[in-house]
Design a protein around this ligand. Structure first.
Ligand SMILES: Nc1nc2c(c(=O)[nH]1)N[C@H]1C(S)=C(S)[C@@H](COP(=O)(O)O)O[C@H]1N2
Ligand SMILES: [Mo]
Length: 430
């Protein structure tokens, strides 16, 4: 018995199939022969079914239909709303990594449609008419609530900054250091630069009458797990830390935290809480899952600290990447490559590139904007020869930090803040 799908359901199913790398032709063939079940079976295994199913079981229009045949499973794989064509993204559970090569011929910032997504569960649907932000806790004199319209009326600012997952580069603990770390095996695409517009967190905290005795500020998300993580008052009062409601000039997309998210430049991605509903200001240091069990450094080089299993992460590591497929195939002869370099500590001072596995380096040219806590693009023109097997960029920032050899990379169980040079594998064809 065939189930009839509405056009919307087919589109939704196609999104899931696309996310799993299915071609349109294969998708249509599977749908025609085996229906929803066949399409889902061909897709990557779905993560925990916490998501709201976007594909409700179809009410079969025929009277003869038996009660609830093989029910269409909840489409838990569809936790991200935006389309994720496989030529632009590498899916990773409830997350997705930008393929760095898509930035090769683009401008500085990552368009919203290309920006990586890291969500612990699924993108919540928030009704902006009833959404309120509450600022509360013993660290403020005048707790208050704010509607979306009220937020938009407050003094705003616009900054260009990156967001990067603490686990970006985690796969290299395995592939380069031969010591795999737990968590999503990101290459380098869990990094994105955007122009953010919003209200400085300091503005909101001052309106709430933040006390001089306050020590921690904790935004809480409205997603199903209510993801939250505190930051110090010092960080919260930093001039570029904000509650953002525009991303690259557009209304913040649902996947990136609509209606409002924190932007905490330089700090690990988890500090940039999405879908914020509450900000707690506390006179005591706050300890929650995301600064005791996760987003802390656990390993032989680290000691537990108080309630935390290891040092609590704040700044991410400096990195560089090439806008080429991983691995890449190049034609022999003159080639121009483009890359990015970024540091949480300041502007990029220099990028050098090795074509011989780290024996010698040559200077790349920095091009376009070079913005602190955002990064810069760089270019290198060189002669590609068949003996080349890797291209290795090495970034240095204005504070004197330089990317190091992978042998110097300290290991931690959850594979955070990988910052060593990454030899990008290439094959040069004659
Ligand atoms: N509420 C909420 N905020 C969140 C997360 C989340 O799962 N829920 N993920 C965090 C992590 S780990 C990262 S790396 C960034 C990713 O932001 P993006 O999805 O906009 O790229 O959001 C952070 N903010
Ligand atoms: Mo993250």
């Amino acid at each position: 018995m065939k189930t009839t799908l509405s056009e919307e359901q087919v589109t939704s199913l196609w999104d899931v199939a696309q996310q799993s790398g299915l071609s349109r032709r294969k998708f249509l063939a599977l749908l025609a022969t085996g229906g929803i079940a066949a399409v889902l079976a061909a897709c990557a295994p779905a993560p925990a079914p916490t998501a709201v199913p976007t594909l409700a079981p179809t009410a079969a229009p025929t009277k003869a239909a038996p009660a609830a045949p093989a029910q269409a499973p909840a489409v838990a794989a569809r936790t991200i709303e935006k389309p994720l064509p496989p030529q632009l993204f590498i899916p990773l559970g409830t997350n997705t990594e930008m393929r760095f090569e898509v930035m090769a011929n683009r401008q500085y910032t990552m368009p919203n449609g290309l920006f990586f997504v890291r969500s612990h569960t699924s993108t919540p649907v928030i009704d902006v008419k009833t959404w309120k932000l509450s600022i509360e806790g013993d660290g403020v004199e005048k707790p208050f609530e704010l509607t979306y319209d009220e937020l938009l009326k407050l003094p705003s600012k616009t900054v260009t900054r990156y967001v990067e997952c603490a686990g970006n580069g985690r796969s290299f603990y395995d592939s380069l250091l031969k010591k795999p770390a737990q968590g999503g095996q990101w290459k380098l695409g869990a990094y994105g630069v955007a122009e953010w517009t919003g209200v400085p967190l300091s503005e909101l905290l001052k309106r709430a009458g933040i006390k001089s005795s306050a020590v921690d500020v904790m935004p809480t998300g409205l997603d199903s797990q209510k993801i939250e993580r505190p930051m110090s008052v010092a960080k919260a009062m930093d001039e570029d830390v904000m509650l953002a409601y525009l991303m690259n000039g557009d209304i913040l997309p649902n996947d990136h935290g609509f209606p409002a998210r924190v932007i905490a430049p330089g700090w690990v991605g988890i500090a940039n809480i999405k879908w914020v509903g509450k900000i707690t200001v506390s006179e005591k240091a706050l300890f929650v899952d995301k600064n005791t069990n996760n987003y802390v450094l656990i390993g032989p080089d680290y000691q537990p600290q108080g309630q935390s299993k290891g040092p609590i992460l704040s700044e991410n590591s400096m990195k560089s990447a090439i806008a080429l497929p991983f691995p890449a195939t190049l034609k022999a002869g003159q080639q121009k490559i483009v890359g990015y370099a970024w540091s949480p500590f300041g502007k990029i001072a220099k990028v050098d590139v090795s074509l011989d596995g780290g024996k010698t380096f040559q200077a790349a040219t920095l091009v376009g904007p070079n913005i602190e806590r955002a990064g810069t693009r760089w270019e290198l023109t060189f002669n590609a020869t068949p003996d080349m097997t890797t291209i290795t960029p090495r970034a240095a920032d204005e504070k004197g930090n330089v990317q190091y050899e992978v042998a110097q990379q300290k290991w931690n169980e959850q594979g955070y803040v990988f910052g060593a040079m990454v030899p990008h594998p290439v094959k040069v064809e004659g």
